[in-house]
Write a protein that binds this ligand. Sequence first.
Ligand code: NAG
Ligand code: NAG
Ligand code: NAG
Length: 475
Amino acid sequence: MKLLLLAVAVLLLVASESAAERILSRRTKRELASPLHRGGIRDPFGSYCQRRGGCCPGRDDLCTVPYLDTICYCDLFCNRTVSDCCPDFWGHCLGIERPFIGTCERNGNKFFTGQTYKENCNLCTCGTVGRWECEQNACLIEPDVIHAINRGNYGWKAANYSQFYGMSLDEGIRYRLGTQRPSRTIMTMNEIQMNMDPEKDQLPRYFNSTEKWPGKIHEPLDQGNCAASWAFSTAAVASDRISIQSMGHMTPQLSPQNLISCDTRNQGGCAGGRIDGAWWYLRRRGVVTEECYPYRPPQQTPAEVGRCMMQSRSIGRGKRQATQHCPNTHNYQNDIYQSTPPYRLSSNEKEIMKEIMDNGPVQAIMEVHEDFFVYKSGIYKHTDVSFTKPPQYRKHGTHSIRITGWGEDRNFDGTSKKYWIAANSWGKNWGENGYFRIARGDNECEIEAFVIGVWGRITMEDMRNHHHHHNRRHI
Ligand SMILES: *[C@@H]1O[C@H](CO)[C@@H](O)[C@H](O)[C@H]1NC(C)=O
Ligand SMILES: *[C@@H]1O[C@H](CO)[C@@H](O)[C@H](O)[C@H]1NC(C)=O
Ligand SMILES: *[C@@H]1O[C@H](CO)[C@@H](O)[C@H](O)[C@H]1NC(C)=O
């Protein structure tokens, strides 16, 4: 009988153990948030558990006593977390000496073993010997990199961005880019032949799509912590091309969210995707505008893609119509926009320039290196400021962007520095109002290696219809 009872007791213990294990993380979080773990608090020795009238077995989250402006614990579980025990817990509940707790200093405040703080992207923990032990991740914002770039003569300036501060370099590459390198078959896709006539095709020193086509070049969006540049760059180039080609009869800003949530076959949503897949979707299914299907930046990482809220059906002659209302309450314009098949340009600088000048912005793939995140202004070139650091500080990932123009800056010595003007998708507070300039003609960061153009699918009928819509909205 006694044995049986013992067995039951053991079972209960095991059960409560594992239950405790499961909520351990929650309790730890609460501890970290309590003032006990912030400002340095002197330990006010005293009889807390004794005054409470005793100690509790196992884990009992109600077994607490007020302690300064928080609470401390008198349950035996507290022994495992050390830092949330009442000061007299060891003596009163266990009858042993209080274990040595190291203290660490920071900004004149004292912290105990197990307490933490975050320094940029690294968590620092007060160790048992009273020394801070910090993680050693490379951060997306490294102050010394910013200083080195701004002190050096690199041709561009760097800045701190609060939206990147506290992220690690790995996180930046994992959540802020998001274009898969095109497969070998796509990479060997035929380039279109352009017959440039050097006499006739005089290219200007400076060209800016926004000036040539006012009102038709869309402003950079912000992908947030969603690695979907594949969807943002595709939607942006298609938006500009449709606006230019329709001569401003339609100026849709196409919805990246429509692509992210609905173009899911072989695509990773906010975990990266392929531009050939995005173009396939734009051509075969089409997407609605950003106003109709607004972007929802993910609130957490890894990001969720969200259910697809827009479908289309064929209405003949390759045209399609939405079968659902816009997923919002104030916009009813659910026209579907489509593209023709995209075409690949050669990597020849002049041919890329001619294409932009004739037909509008192009899409390009680029390798983003650690220093690109802090770009603020000037003509970007990947620098060597991280070359002497350990390998985890030098990383890169594939991104896609939209090239909208080019130019040249004259140096003091009479030589000139050629650049592309390109739009990123990191919001308008990044770089030069969301744009950046990057060295042209040297395949900097492989930006000239894979460049794509496209036509919108527009008929005269579309132009009339949209003109109609437009007028109707105003009366
Ligand atoms: C409580 O912690 C002390 C010191 O770490 C340890 O020696 C003791 O065995 C623990 N007691 C229990 C009941 O876990
Ligand atoms: C960068 O910005 C963050 C948040 O805005 C700030 O806490 C940090 O001190 C800044 N770092 C540098 C090096 O300026
Ligand atoms: C391109 O033109 C726009 C509109 O005039 C202007 O705001 C922008 O600064 C120009 N970009 C460059 C790099 O010159």
